[in-house]
Design a binder for this molecule. Structure first.
Ligand SMILES: Cc1cc2nc3c(=O)[nH]c(=O)nc-3n(C[C@H](O)[C@H](O)[C@H](O)COP(=O)(O)OP(=O)(O)OC[C@H]3O[C@@H](n4cnc5c(N)ncnc54)[C@H](O)[C@@H]3O)c2cc1C
Length: 402
């Protein structure tokens, strides 16, 4: 066929549907699971939807992406929310980001936090560090680092925390010292949320529904239960675990590079580089108790609790009760959760250079890395949809057809 797409998560599904819109018929999607949606899948649990890849919300920030998804699931089927996320600091819920909501703490603690921020390297004009762990202390001071950022991020990223760089920190809120002081004086948060300030969640379904509809639109252009285990980058030959072999003019891979047992046709240094890509796994677990909070989600830095985030289902699934938790798999103490082997691609210091060389080499040979795993980037689903639309236009939309 002309196009072979590896993975039926949001990236692969949007890319394939873009081909369909172009009038293309020579394409196939290979998916290892028995259903589509990847990390964005949902199941029914205790009478309501539960997102088995974690808490998933559609950010309103990319109108073209929302419009695209509304073609498959009209806007009337979604509810729109203003973000209410909180941090559990010693049993007290404080608004996110913490540095804009210190005013919610008692006066003595506020003073300690403010002194600590005022003594941080960024307030004193010291140069910005290159490592994440040093950056948080430089930016937020000792108290926020030790009470929240360090324990929370250690829970998510484990031993890899010291390997993270700072190039991805546009995902974090950027609150100035002036904003922090103003919020304490005015008793109001002064901060811009970098993502999900407003978001959509389906009214009657989980987040997985829209991806099932994209998959349905592809008909028999998807094959399920086909775990890709070998990819030859030079010859565009792909083998699946059941022994089936496929060859295409172009391969679009949205699966983790490291999930491919036999990756051939790459120079030795690139094969070694692929082995150094790091990720973490998570487990999603459901709890039926309904929590007394208005937050949609709560960050939990307490090292004595295994999970790092709570998703308060009763506050975004109409009629739903209970909540679910996200726990890095090594910390998980339960036995009935949903396991996601590939959850967070990690932003190690060396990753941008590795990915740049890998994707450039592969694209020169007609193999394109796309999405959270194809590009090994901490992308949200709205971003991968946008990137899939762009890539389809670039490599298949020549002649101005789309
Ligand atoms: C805890 C958590 C919370 C998140 N919250 C949000 C949020 O609120 N909003 C948001 O927009 N995004 C969120 N995201 C990000 C979102 O999950 C991703 O952006 C999105 O799933 C990326 O889509 P993808 O298709 O690139 O990858 P994936 O969804 O991972 O899809 C990859 C597909 O490839 C398949 N596959 C893997 N290996 C193989 C193989 N060897 N052979 C064949 N198939 C294979 C998988 O089964 C899967 O279907 C969150 C992610 C996590 C982990």
């Amino acid at each position: 066929m002309k196009y072979l797409i590896l993975g039926a998560g949001p990236s692969g599904l949007v890319f394939a549907n873009m081909l369909k819109d172009l009038g293309e018929t020579s394409y196939l999607v290979l998916e290892s699971e028995e259903t589509a949606g990847g990390l964005c899948r949902s199941v029914m649990c205790d009478g309501s939807p539960l997102d088995i890849g974690g808490g998933h919300f559609l950010d309103v920030r990319r109108p073209a992406v929302c419009e695209y998804l509304f073609r498959y699931m009209p806007e009337s089927e979604w509810d729109k929310y203003d973000r209410d996320s909180r941090i559990d600091i010693g049993g007290q819920e404080v608004g996110h980001p913490l540095e804009a909501n210190i005013w919610q703490l008692d006066t003595e603690t506020q003073i300690e936090y403010l002194i600590s921020i005022a003594r941080a390297g960024s307030a004193l004009g010291e140069p910005k560090p290159e490592l994440f762990t040093e950056w948080i202390r430089w930016k937020l001071g000792d108290r926020i680092t030790d009470d929240y950022m360090l324990p929370y991020n250690s829970k998510m990223f484990g031993d890899n925390l010291d390997r993270l760089g700072t190039y991805w920190l546009d995902k974090l809120p950027d609150v100035s010292l002036e904003d922090t002081l103003r919020s304490c004086l005015m008793h109001k948060a002064y901060a811009r949320q970098p993502g999900h300030a407003q978001f959509y969640y389906p009214h009657s379904y989980g987040y997985g529904e829209v991806w099932l509809r994209l998959a349905d639109a592809l008909g028999d252009h998807i094959e399920y239960g086909r775990k890709v285990c070998a990819v030859d980058v030079e010859k565009h030959i792909v083998r699946t675990a059941d022994g089936s072999i496929y060859q295409a003019d172009q391969v679009i891979t949205t699966i983790p590079w490291r999930s491919v047992d036999e990756l051939t046709g790459l120079p030795d240094e690139l094969s070694a580089a692929v082995d150094s890509l790091v990720s973490t796994s998570i487990v999603i677990d459901y709890k039926p108790e309904t929590l007394d909070t208005a937050a949609q989600w709560i960050y939990c830095p307490d090292p004595d609790i295994d999970y790092h985030r709570i998703l308060v289902r009763s506050n975004f699934v109409p009629g739903g009760r209970g909540y679910w938790t996200e726990t890095r798999s090594e910390r998980y103490r339960g036995d009935s959760g949903y396991y996601n082997e590939y959850a967070y691609p990690l932003n190690t210091v060396e990753k941008p250079a590795i990915i740049e060389s890998l994707l450039t080499y592969a694209a020169e040979h007609g193999v394109y890395g796309l999405g959270r795993w194809g590009e090994h980037m901490h992308y949200n689903s709205d971003v991968v949809v946008e990137r899939a639309m762009d890539l389809a236009r670039r490599i298949a939309g020549a002649g101005g057809k789309i």
